[in-house]
Design a protein around this ligand. Structure first.
Ligand SMILES: Cc1cc2nc3c(=O)[nH]c(=O)nc-3n(C[C@H](O)[C@H](O)[C@H](O)COP(=O)(O)O)c2cc1C
Length: 439
């Protein structure tokens, strides 16, 4: 069966999964029936259903928290109001990373003020890979970070946490703090202090459990700016930022810091160097988790009168998985693989297949943005014309597509890579333990 979103399954390296999952006939039939049931299926108690029907445990981990699904929403235009978060909770997402806010100091000064551009218009278009023979999707968009007052972001954080608490869905604010260029004197610590403290206060006021979770967005700070040539500077940011965020609070343990690494214009070796920097760091410089990796940047790509734009699609997962492979190889050789912080995969997670590819490289969760924006008809015949939010339709596609879904691929791993624990279940979280490529 052809998928609606993929013309050719990605089977060439770095992808390790074969063209189609091989399942026992009874499971394949059940899967087709569940595919036909449509998006309402994911809005039920899906984790319980997957346990009983398929012996699958889809518990994920994000920012040190256990999540009922490994699939979350990546930061962006689809997580900037309460209604979106409610829809995601109803669809059964494991976690939501809120739109990135731009840090400010007590006086309201923002070094990264240029990132607060208000821009809502997004275009979603098919995009062919240049490095992989596959057709995917790309969102073109000119905007950047949160453009409303900081106070309204704090309100969003609180509202989202209340929704998340009721649904058992983890919420993470995202922030872009000041990063000095080579000619600047240092980090504007006032921004770090004020913004982190305010976010932590909103977190507590909303009754969120445990430390504040904070994803630090780097992208595409460097890629589009004249700072792009500064490798040493970038590594310095990766070293210094986690510490500055933690030191902003009276108790550094009051915040779980995630570093969302960007795709730079540098080569893959530099991407590995960034991951290495994060892995070998010791407290207090150490980040708690990594989100890898934000979109690619094409300096020649045009959007209206702007030259240079971020893009995703098949080349994004291709590059991210290539780099993660290279990082794991180098980490094994140099002895820092076990020191890698928790990993959340982002970038063209357009199918369960791609989610499993990230999982095999250590991701305990995945984050999607583009998948939630497809024209409805592309969520497949069982979704078209039926009720259900885009979030639910996207998740149904991601889990149950008979060839590209997470369910068939976890089952494939169970039958062909020995992914079955002593409790008889196949756990998403165990994917990282599969060393060799599955048959
Ligand atoms: C329209 C749009 C807005 C985005 N805004 C943000 C943002 O504010 N902060 C951030 O960290 N990432 C942002 N991203 C990146 C996404 O969070 C995600 O990491 C990236 O798009 C890769 O995932 P995807 O291939 O599923 O889209 C944005 C992406 C898109 C398409």
């Amino acid at each position: 069966m052809n998928t609606t979103t993929t013309l050719t399954p990605p089977t060439e390296p770095p992808f390790v999964l074969p063209a189609a999952p091989r399942l026992p006939a009874a499971q394949a039939e059940r899967l087709v029936a569940d595919w036909e049931r449509g998006a309402a299926l994911v809005e039920s108690d899906l984790p319980a259903y997957l346990r009983s029907a398929y012996q699958l445990d889809i518990t994920g981990q994000y920012a040190g928290r256990s999540t009922h699904s490994p699939v979350g929403k990546a930061s962006g235009q689809l997580s900037l109001n309460r209604r979106q978060v409610e829809t995601d909770a109803a669809a059964g997402l494991g976690f939501v990373v809120l739109k990135t806010v731009i840090a400010q100091d007590e006086g309201g000064e923002q070094a990264m003020a240029a990132w607060t551009t208000p821009e809502t218009h997004m275009t979603i278009e098919p995009l062919a890979g240049r490095h992989v023979a596959r057709l995917g999707w790309n969102v073109t968009w000119k905007g950047r970070g949160w453009s409303e007052p900081f106070a309204s972001y704090l309100e969003l954080v609180q509202a989202a946490i209340q929704v998340g608490n009721d649904a058992g869905m983890v919420i993470a604010p995202s922030c872009k703090y000041h990063l000095p260029g080579p000619d600047e004197a240092g980090y504007r610590t006032g921004e770090y202090r004020y913004t982190t403290r305010e976010l932590a206060a909103a977190w507590r006021a909303a009754g969120a459990a445990g430390p504040l979770i904070l994803e630090k967005d780097f992208s595409p700070t460097l890629a589009g700016s004249d700072l792009a040539g500064q490798r040493a500077q970038t590594l310095d940011w990766l070293r210094v930022v986690p510490q500055l965020v933690k030191k902003a609070l009276p108790d550094p343990a009051g915040v779980t810091v995630g570093m969302k690494v960007m795709n730079t214009l540098f080569d893959d070796d530099f991407q590995v160097a960034m991951l290495r920097e994060l892995a070998v760091a010791l407290p207090p410089q150490r980040a708690d988790y990594i989100t890898y990796a934000n979109r690619l940047f094409d300096p020649r790509r045009r959007i209206g009168d702007t030259v240079g734009a971020a893009y995703g699609g098949p080349d994004l997962s291709h590059r991210n998985l290539t780099v993660l492979d290279a990082a794991r190889k180098q980490a094994r050789a140099e002895g820092w693989l076990d020191a890698m912080p928790e990993l959340s995969g982002t970038g063209d997670v357009s199918s369960g297949r791609i989610a499993v590819e990230y999982g095999l490289r250590g991701a305990t969760s995945v984050q999607c943005h583009t998948l939630f924006q497809l024209p409805t008809v592309y969520y497949g015949p069982p979704a078209a014309g039926r009720p259900g939010s885009k979030s639910a339709k996207a998740l149904h596609l991601l889990y149950f597509h008979p060839v590209e879904g997470l369910v068939p691929w976890l089952l494939h791993m169970r039958h062909h890579a020995g992914l079955r624990a002593t409790d008889g279940l196949t756990h998403w979280r165990d994917l990282a333990t599969v060393r060799a490529s599955p048959e």
